[in-house]
Design a protein around this ligand. Structure first.
Ligand code: SF4
Length: 448
C-alpha cells in the first residue's frame, strides 16, 4: 500500500493512538455543535457566508484590483505570485534586500503549502514559527497535522520530552500550563531578536485594503509590532468585499473551528505602523485553475476552519500526516489533485462519502460531491491504480445484480473472518457478524 492508504495503515497500526486521536478531534467537533446551538440563525448565516463567497469569486479580478489600490493607498506594497516558487522568491527577496536573517512567523497554511520555511532556511534565514502548535511540529521537523491544531497528533508527554530536549525543561514535565510557560519564555526571546514578522491572512477586505488575522495566542500581533517589516501572505480567495461581510465570517469561523464564539485576537492591519513597512504577497498557486472549473469552484470558498477535518471519520482515524499535503482532510483531498492529480490521485478516496463534511462546512461547500466528482475524473484520466480499477469494476458488476450481491454477502460472511486483512487485523474492530442485518432483524421481530 502506498500514498494515503499506506501512511494511514501505519497510523491505524497503533490502536491506542488511533482511539485517542479520534476522541480528541471528535471532542472539538462536539464543541462546534454546542457553539452552533447558541445561534438560532446559524443555517441562514452559513447560506449568507456561502453566497458572499460565491459573489466575491464571481468578481474576483475586480475585487483583487480594488484591494491592491486600497492597500497601496494605506501604505502597503502588494506583490503577485503565480505559484509557490514565485511566492518564496518574493518573500526571500524582501528579506534579502533588508539583510534580514531572523524571521518570526505566525500560522499560515499558505506558507506550509509553498514550503516557505524550507526555502528560507536553505537561504540562510532562521524562521521561527510562533504559534505554539506550529513551533512544536517545527522542532520535530514535521508538517502540521491539522489546520487549526497543528500538533493534535501528539500527547502532552511527547511534548514534554521534546521540550526537555530542545528547551531544557525538567525531564518528565508534562503539565500543559508549565510547558506553555516554557514555550512563552523561549518565544519572547525570538520575538525580541526578530528583524521581520510574517503572517498569514484570514480575510482581506477589498474596500479598505486591510487584512485580518485571527489567532488565539496573540503571536501575530507581537510578531508584527516589534520588527520594522511585516510581510502578509494570502491566497487570492481570501477576499471579502467590505467590513460588513467580514462580520459574517468572523461569526462562522471560530465557532466552526474550535467552538469559541470568536478568536481571542482578531487583528486588523491597514497599512504599516509608523516607521515600518508592510508587504502583501497575493498567491495563485492553482487557485485560478479551480476557479475556471464550475464543478469545483466552491472549494475556493473555504475559510480553513477545519470543521470538515474534525467530523471526518477517515481523518479522525488516519491522522493528518497520512494525507501527505499541507491541508489534510476532506478539503485537502479536494484541493490537492488540482495541483498534481497524479501525485494525489489517492486522496479523493480517503473518504467514506458520508457527507458529514458538507453538513458542517460553514460556507456550504459540497465537499463529498466534489470528492466523488474527482474519483470519476481520475478514472477518466486513467490515473487510478490497476487494483482500484479492478475492484471498482467487480463491485459495479456485483452491485448491479441482486443475486450476485446476495451471494457475495454470504461468501463474505463465511470466508471474510478467515481472510488475512491488514486493516481488520490491526484495528480492534468487532468481528464481522455471522448473519446479515436482515436475518438479525427478522430474528429480533420474531422473538418479540
Ligand atoms: S471546507 Fe468548509 S469545513 Fe472544511 S475547512 Fe474549509 S470552510 Fe472549514
Amino acid at each position: 500500500m502506498t500514498g494515503h492508504a499506506g501512511r494511514a495503515a501505519a497510523f491505524v497500526g497503533n490502536g491506542a493512538r488511533l482511539h485517542w486521536h479520534d476522541q480528541a478531534v471528535w471532542f472539538v467537533r462536539n464543541k462546534r455543535d454546542v457553539a452552533r446551538g447558541f445561534i438560532p440563525e446559524w443555517e441562514e448565516l452559513r447560506s449568507l457566508g456561502s453566497q458572499i463567497k460565491a459573489h466575491t469569486l464571481s468578481r474576483l479580478p475586480e475585487y483583487l484590483e480594488q484591494f491592491e489600490r486600497n492597500a497601496a493607498a494605506a501604505g502597503a506594497k502588494v506583490h503577485w505570485a503565480r505559484d509557490a516558487e514565485e511566492h518564496n522568491r518574493i518573500v526571500h527577496g524582501l528579506l534579502r534586500e533588508r539583510r534580514v536573517t531572523r524571521l518570526v512567523k505566525s500560522k499560515s497554511m499558505l506558507t506550509e503549502e509553498c514550503h516557505l520555511n524550507e526555502y528560507l532556511e536553505a537561504h540562510g534565514v532562521e524562521v521561527v514559527d510562533t504559534d505554539l502548535g506550529e513551533r512544536i511540529v517545527q522542532f520535530r521537523r514535521e508538517p502540521p497535522s491539522h489546520i487549526v491544531m497543528p500538533a493534535i497528533h501528539l500527547k502532552k508527554e511527547e511534548i514534554g520530552e521534546l521540550f526537555h530536549e530542545r528547551l531544557g525543561t525538567p525531564a518528565g514535565l508534562s503539565d500543559p500550563r508549565e510547558l506553555t510557560e516554557a514555550a512563552r519564555v523561549h518565544l519572547r526571546e525570538k520575538f525580541l531578536e526578530a528583524q521581520a514578522g510574517l503572517t498569514g491572512v484570514n480575510f482581506a477586505i477589498a474596500s479598505t485594503g486591510g487584512v485580518v488575522v485571527c489567532t488565539n495566542e496573540g503571536n501575530a500581533d507581537l510578531g508584527t509590532s516589534l520588527p520594522p517589516l511585516h510581510i502578509a501572505c494570502m491566497g487570492v480567495e481570501k477576499l471579502v468585499p467590505s467590513p460588513r461581510e467580514l462580520a459574517v465570517f468572523l461569526r462562522l469561523l471560530a465557532r466552526s473551528a474550535t467552538g469559541q464564539p470568536i478568536t481571542t485576537y482578531t487583528s486588523h492591519f491597514h497599512g504599516p505602523r509608523p516607521g515600518a513597512q508592510m508587504h502583501i504577497v497575493i498567491v495563485d498557486h492553482g487557485r485560478s485553475r479551480i476557479l475556471g472549473r464550475p464543478e469545483f469552484r466552491n472549494a475556493l470558498k473555504c475559510i480553513r476552519c477545519a470543521a470538515c477535518l474534525n467530523t471526518c471519520p477517515v481523518y479522525r482515524r488516519s491522522g493528518g500526516h497520512s494525507y501527505g499535503v499541507a491541508v489534510a482532510g476532506p478539503i485537502g483531498s479536494v484541493l490537492a489533485p488540482h495541483v498534481d492529480a497524479k501525485k494525489h490521485a489517492g486522496l479523493p478516496f480517503a473518504s467514506s462519502l458520508c457527507g458529514s463534511c458538507s453538513d458542517v462546512c460553514p460556507v456550504r461547500i459540497d465537499l463529498h460531491h466534489q470528492l466523488f466528482a474527482w474519483r470519476g475524473e481520475l478514472a477518466r484520466r486513467g490515473l487510478l491504480s490497476w487494483h482500484k480499477r479492478l475492484v471498482s469494476r467487480v463491485a459495479a458488476w456485483v452491485l448491479a445484480r441482486t443475486w450476485a450481491y446476495r451471494i457475495a454477502g454470504k461468501l463474505l460472511r463465511v470466508f471474510g473472518p478467515h481472510v488475512p486483512n491488514p486493516w481488520t487485523r490491526q484495528r480492534d474492530l468487532p468481528p464481522m457478524p455471522r448473519q446479515s442485518f436482515r436475518a438479525q432483524w427478522r430474528k429480533r421481530v420474531r422473538a418479540r
